[in-house]
Design a protein around this ligand. Sequence first.
Ligand code: ZN
Length: 285
Amino acid sequence: MPIITTSERQRTVRHSASLSGIALHTGNRVKLTLHPAEAGTGVRFRRVDLPGTPEIRGLVTHVNDTRRGTTITENGASVHTVEHLLAAVNALGLDNLVIDMVGPEPPIGDGSAEPYVELLRSAGAVEQDAFRNYLAVERMHHIQMGDTHLVLLPDPAAFRISCTVKYHTNPMDCQYMTLAVTEESFVKELLRARTFCLFSEIEYLMKNNLIRGGSLDNAVVIRQDAIFSKEGLRYPDEVVRHKVMDMVGDLFLLGMRLRAHVIAIKPGHPSNVELAKKLVAEEMG
Ligand SMILES: [Zn+2]
């Protein structure tokens, strides 16, 4: 069976903890509060600002939009842009959380995973009375969407992502990295990599009301001849590091951690989610 149970215990947060700020796409002020949750809960969002407090499980089967960010919808309610928060939850080894949302999106912070890692660390962690499952695939999977390719190879020992990006817009945007994802490597290599967008996309995003909270406080903008950023680049290859971080978050929508080697050429939320849906259908059914 590709789903293996280890001797590792499931974990949740020790205390509740909150984070407030501006949401990237809606531009509204939003707040989230993490709470400890029982073993086997997984990650569940609750829209406490809506009548009946609808629950939305952090599972790929509930993803219904992947333009720019990953949106999950269940019980008539949505949470947008869950990937950076889920990346931090995945990397920090938490399994069970209830996340109360006042608003439809977590605060974007500086566009990186750092605010969520700080939040989770401030909440602490406790081991629970249940073992943790992993998905350890035994055969190759691949998907292609346009010039995006994702290949997933068995690797029972680690969760490794090898990723390359190339937008043909700027000599600095051809980047590659490979990383075995652990809490330590995540914090060292991916933590501070920010959201970015192409200069040519901004008009579309604004017309579609997708980046109302966007600014150079939380995004890097890439143009042919320049990279716009308030503080310069945090890593010379910040773009590919952010892409890898996004994959750590999107692939946690499997509902368990993956042990495999993902080789990704120009990945994005649509392809990450497509791969996760394929794994659910073909490996976890
Ligand atoms: Zn992202």
